[in-house]
Write a protein that binds this ligand. Structure first.
Ligand code: C5P
Length: 417
């Protein structure tokens, strides 16, 4: 079976390495997971560090390695709760007897055992140990508890062991583990599409990311938008059965699986592409882009040279893309976004009317834990008056989960009308 690797690009895997000789295989595991396009972060117990260094995993995962629960520096970067929320899957490989026992009994005396209790993500364990330790009654009792608790246990392979024994206890090969993970996410994606199918047959156009307004051939005006919300929505709309076109400003995100992407730079280009898409047929238009409000009136043909103490650059207003589309005769279901720092709800409700939208999702970007570069978001959704639908509060969740709730809101409103 072959896979389009981009389907996995937004999935976050924590590979937790515990103390055991099989820890060397985890280095290759991280490598293979990266090959599939997963984002990988590595957590190591103290025992693991006796077998392999954090530096190896840092280099392979491209991320700092997490080793301590109470390290203020590490907590400042990504604390254990944040890490627990970041994960879409926690894969403990190799999982030592000690770790299995801690998980089974709810101990929380190091980073990994705390993470286990704090995460909502599925936890997979790949036990690796001496065959006698594997067969020990206590180990089997703990495994039974873990299975009852919903932990997925990957059975060890049989064979010759590092200690010279022969029997069950070898960690499966990294390629096998990585493939199991990729298959799992593939199945999740398919199940989602089957379960929701909310937008089956719909054509969705989404604008995302910032725009860049050139000043001269080497300089531009832009903003900090990362495009994450738009990309998450593209993925959720596709999972809901829609045909999705993503008109993306300059962002460093992989194209979600199944989504057609058009890269643009300026607001004028974004508008042009949006109008073409509208011509080709569009049922739902979702504007998540942080379009620059102004562009430079006269873009200099050559690089502007440093001269006096002051430089005047004349700016002129950019067209409002979402409002322009909403005015067209073949008007799709229109969804806008509002990022505000104060009077969030009243400003958003005002934009809903002014831009003639059907629905607007607003969030408070003055909060540092949500919005812009964060992976988390919380939103309030308003519907146009003629829908007679109550506003919806979407509680703080990952942008992917918020996107799925927004898809439901869109489908509900379209059915209600
Ligand atoms: O007025 P404001 O820019 O805050 O409105 C935000 C909403 O309008 C977003 O949905 C954004 O994508 C859209 N917008 C647009 N074109 C602009 C400005 C904003 O489509 N020039």
């Amino acid at each position: 079976m072959s896979f389009d690797v981009s389907v996995f690009s937004t999935k976050n895997i924590i590979v937790a390495v515990t103390g055991g000789i099989a820890a060397y295989k985890s280095a290759i595991l991280v490598r293979r997971l990266k090959d599939y396009g997963f984002n990988v972060r590595v957590v190591m117990t103290t025992g693991a560090q006796a077998f392999i260094t954090p530096l190896t995993f840092q280099a392979l995962s491209g991320n700092p390695v997490h080793t301590a629960l109470l390290d203020p520096e590490a907590e400042a970067g990504m604390g254990h709760i944040e890490l627990a929320r970041w994960a879409d899957l926690v894969l403990v490989a190799p999982a030592s007897c000690d770790t299995l026992a801690k998980f089974a009994h709810g101990l929380a005396d190091d980073l990994l055992s705390t993470l286990f209790l704090a995460t909502k993500a599925p936890v997979w364990v790949a036990p690796a140990m001496n065959q006698q330790m594997w067969a020990a009654k206590a180990t089997q009792r703990n495994l039974k508890i873990l299975v009852e608790d919903g932990v997925h246990v990957i059975m060890p392979a049989s064979g010759e062991q590092a200690c010279g024994d022969v029997g069950l206890g070898r960690m499966p090969e990294p390629e096998v583990l990585a493939k199991q993970v990729s298959l799992y996410f593939h199945q999740v994606q398919r199940a989602l599409a089957e379960k929701f199918g909310l937008l089956a047959g719909k054509r969705v156009v989404i604008t995302a990311g910032p725009t860049r307004e050139a000043i001269d051939p080497v300089r531009y005006i832009s903003n900090h938008s990362t495009g994450k919300m738009g990309f998450a929505l593209a993925s959720a709309c596709y999972a809901a059965g829609a045909k999705v076109t993503l008109i993306a400003g300059p962002v460093s995100l992989d194209t979600p699986n199944g989504v057609q992407r058009e890269n643009v730079s300026s607001a004028m280009q974004m508008l042009e592409h949006s109008l073409v898409q509208l011509e080709q047929g569009c049922d739902i238009f979702i504007a998540t882009a942080a379009v620059a409000d102004y562009r430079v009136a006269q873009v200099a043909e050559h690089k502007i040279k440093k001269a006096g103490d002051e430089l005047q650059v004349e700016l002129i207003k950019n067209p409002d893309i979402v409002a322009t589309i909403a005015k067209q005769s073949k008007r799709p279901f229109m969804v806008g976004f509002a990022a505000e720092t104060q009077n969030v709800e009243s400003y958003a409700a005002g934009k809903l009317v002014a831009k003639k939208l059907d629905m607007i999702a607003c969030n408070d970007v003055s909060r540092s834990d949500i919005g812009f570069a964060s992976d988390q978001n919380a939103m309030t959704v308003f519907f146009a008056e003629n829908y007679q639908m109550e506003k919806r509060d979407l509680a703080k969740a990952s942008k992917q989960e918020i996107a799925e709730q927004l898809v439901e809101a869109i489908a509900d409103a379209m059915t209600a009308h």
